[in-house]
Write a protein that binds this ligand. Structure first.
Ligand code: ADP
Ligand code: ZN
Ligand code: ZN
Length: 682
């Protein structure tokens, strides 16, 4: 029998001797995109047949493919193109990325078991969402929604494929526009992909979609699924059984044979960027995928990323605006409270100014709720000895251990090391150890002291660790069993609270002067999101307020916030970025290195820099320790690479990659290195 040479990608780094793909023999021709099992050294591993000519070196004996999964159709050429682009752009091997973005179960199954799973996935389960009557029928659109919808419908009618920014404050009815777009897609027999930033937000959106599209199959894809669920949902997408796939960033790689539209909700959200392995941006890949597959992409946000906003300003993305809230729901009035006007008092002051406490109390008396935002959990960020100056440093990280009062522990939020609070200073024995600064736990305590009888709830990563805890706490807020909700950014996003009429940001100033150039963008977005939690109910909208306690009330960011003027904020930020040569006017990549000794990490980066020489159009900055230099006893350093031209940066990175792999061997003690293209923080 004639054997066919077949290219296969496996989960191995490029330049590890594997190259882009390996060649095997198979008895029958296998279509690109077919899952196979192949021998690799003494192991047998999963692989995917890849297009292209086998290398066919004369005299090299090829080994046969062990097994192929033929019970399901091969992955499409479009899917292969997406993975190839992402691997190239984000500097990973194709095999590593391809096998990481498919369900792990597929690595293990044989054809017979896969056939059974397919049969199971094909049985449409009656979804257990009781359609909430409110969402089952589409409401008449308001004028702005109608205009946005007409624009998208006209695109569809004319076969225009565009990337469109849907810019609308929270509660302006963006989701309704998504629903209409998806409705059009389904009516024409297509599949829709809807991306959301966080798992927490999927059930809410899923039930809205389920209510609207009763009888349609909707599957979720996110990291909260069991491996079996993930495989079932992925198969439903790949086999064309699911009409709507709703998922977090990984879902951008869902195989969808009839894909006809992509929606990216909260497109500015940092969660779209994967932070390890292939450091891809699902938002950016969604835009690329849309273009490549000829389907429209709808990016929604109240505070678009500056990258997206610039594309819209340049006319490369269409822009649709939903300027007002639905119905009478008004945006809360923003009050800047100048902390400089408070009388100076000695010692620990409360985080809460007396006028703010009064405002919260007034709300409580009226049966309304307040939300108090502080983006730092724990009781206090550091403990301090007043006698000798000892501080609760983490022995393994360049960070303080945070004081958690409830269980009297000192916890490092970076490496997780936890210890009981010492009775006395470990250095001098002094018993007077004080907590410096404050986190949500302390804020909750101060609120309880200042507002006797108030029902206070706290939502942060500490109070929601147990499964179901977050849902229970949110339930209590919705039921009106809470007067004041304290929490971190977890409470600022997405939730449709009905009785909140006051939102207070207690101490947001830190981000104004951060060394991270994206900090102001994140702060503005967080505050506007948080503001959006108030006044969602028309009945209370008029009385809704957001309080910002600040030492810098004149700051331009707060002026824009007060006017709810994203465009003004974006314009001033873009001007600053342009002058400073930062994204989106420049394109960045980071080379990161980790080792037990900082010198090793640095030496690797320096050698990488030397190997690069002076590439055309690309600037390479000197290696520096990361701002959080040590985590869990690992020293971390990085080097910034920058170019005004994305293609020039890409060309350089591609050429550099082989040098980096070669250098790695020469740097013993190097634990890891990675390239982060379009990093979110530098
Ligand atoms: P966003 O996605 O911009 O935050 P939503 O789509 O969630 O806004 O809309 C906010 C609320 O208004 C939801 O409860 C939604 O059901 C409702 N809503 C949206 N559009 C309309 C409309 N045209 N008429 C009445 N209610 C609407
Ligand atoms: Zn001491
Ligand atoms: Zn630590």
């Amino acid at each position: 029998m004639a054997l066919t040479a077949t290219r296969v990608v496996v989960d191995a780094p490029q330049y590890s001797g594997v190259g882009v793909a390996l060649d095997y023999l198979s008895e029958q021709p296998l279509a690109p995109g077919t899952f196979v099992r192949v021998p690799l050294g003494r192991r047998e591993v999963a692989g995917i047949v890849w297009p292209g000519e086998p290398d066919a070196q004369p005299g090299v004996e090829l080994r046969p493919v062990t097994a192929a999964l033929l019970a399901m159709p091969a992955l499409s050429a479009r899917w292969i193109e997406l993975v190839e682009f992402a691997a190239r752009y984000y500097q990973r091997s194709i095999g590593e990325l391809a096998l990481a973005v498919v369900p792990a179960e597929l690595h293990r199954l044989d054809d017979a078991r896969l056939a059974k799973r397919i049969a199971r996935a094909s049985k449409v389960r009656v979804e257990d969402h009781a359609p909430d009557t409110g969402d089952a029928i589409s409401p008449p659109l308001n004028d702005a929604q109608a205009a946005a919808d007409a624009h998208l419908a006209a695109d569809a009618q004319a076969g225009r494929v565009a990337t469109t920014l849907l810019h609308g404050v929270t509660g302006s009815g963006k989701t309704e526009v998504y629903l209409r777009e998806v409705e059009r897609v389904l009516a024409a027999g297509g599949q829709a992909l809807v991306l959301v930033p966080e798992i927490n937000l999927t059930p809410q959106l899923e039930s809205r979609f389920a209510a609207r599209f009763a009888g349609r199959r909707i599957v979720a894809l996110h990291s909260g699924l069991t491996p079996a669920q993930r495989l079932r949902h992925w198969l439903a997408a790949h086999l064309g059984l699911a009409d709507i796939v709703l998922g977090t960033r990984l879902a951008v790689f869902a195989p969808l044979p009839r894909l006809a539209a992509i929606v990216v909700d909260e497109e500015h959200d940092a969660s779209y960027k994967q932070q390890e392995g292939a450091r891809y941006s699902a938002r950016d890949l969604a835009v690329w995928r849309g273009r490549n597959e000829g389907v429209p992409v709808l990016l929604g946000s109240a505070t678009p990323s500056l990258e997206t906003w610039q594309q819209a300003e340049l006319g490369r993305y269409a822009r649709l605006a939903l300027p007002g809230r639905i119905g009478a729901g008004a945006l809360p009035r923003v009050r800047l409270f100048d902390m400089n006007t408070l009388p100076k008092v000695k010692g620990a002051t409360s985080a809460l100014s007396p006028p703010l406490l009064d405002a919260i109390e007034t709300r409580r008396a009226r049966g309304e709720q307040s939300l108090v935002l502080l983006n730092r959990r724990g009781y206090a960020p550091v403990l301090h000895c007043t006698a000798c100056g000892w501080k609760s440093a983490c022995p393994h990280c360049s960070a303080w251990r945070v004081f958690h009062k409830l269980d009297r522990t000192l916890r490092c939020h970076h490496c997780g090391v936890t210890q009981h609070v010492p009775r006395a200073c470990p250095d001098c024995g002094n018993a007077d150890i004080t907590a410096l600064g404050r986190g949500t736990e302390r804020l909750e305590e101060q609120l309880a002291a200042a507002l006797p009888g108030a029902r206070i709830a706290r939502i942060d990563a500490d109070t929601t660790r147990l499964k179901g805890a977050l849902e229970a706490q949110l339930g209590a807020v919705h039921a009106g069993d809470v007067d004041v909700l304290v929490g971190t950014q977890m409470i600022a996003k997405g939730h449709d609270f009905r009785r909140i009429t006051l939102v207070a940001a207690v101490n947001p100033d830190g981000a104004l002067f951060s060394s991270d150039f994206r900090a102001p963008e994140r702060l503005f977005s967080l505050l506007l999101q948080a503001a959006g939690r108030a006044g969602r109910d028309a009945q209370h909208a008029a009385a809704s307020e957001m309080w910002v306690q600040t030492w810098h009330p004149q700051h331009a960011l707060y002026a824009a916030l007060r006017a709810h003027d994203y465009a003004a904020f974006a314009a001033s930020q873009l001007r600053e970025r342009e002058m400073a040569g930062l994204p989106p006017y420049a394109h960045l990549a980071l080379l990161r290195a980790e080792a037990r000794a900082l010198d090793v990490a640095r030496a690797f980066l320096q050698a990488a820099s030397d190997a690069a020489g002076a590439p055309e159009g690309v600037a390479i900055y000197p290696p520096v320790p990361m701002s959080l230099q040590r985590v869990a006893d690992v020293e971390r350093a990085q080097m910034l690479v920058e170019s005004r031209s994305r293609p020039a940066l890409q060309r350089f990175l591609a050429a550099w990659a082989s040098q980096l792999h070669a250098l790695r061997a020469a740097h013993r003690g190097l634990i890891r290195w990675a390239v982060d293209v379009d990093p979110l923080t530098i």
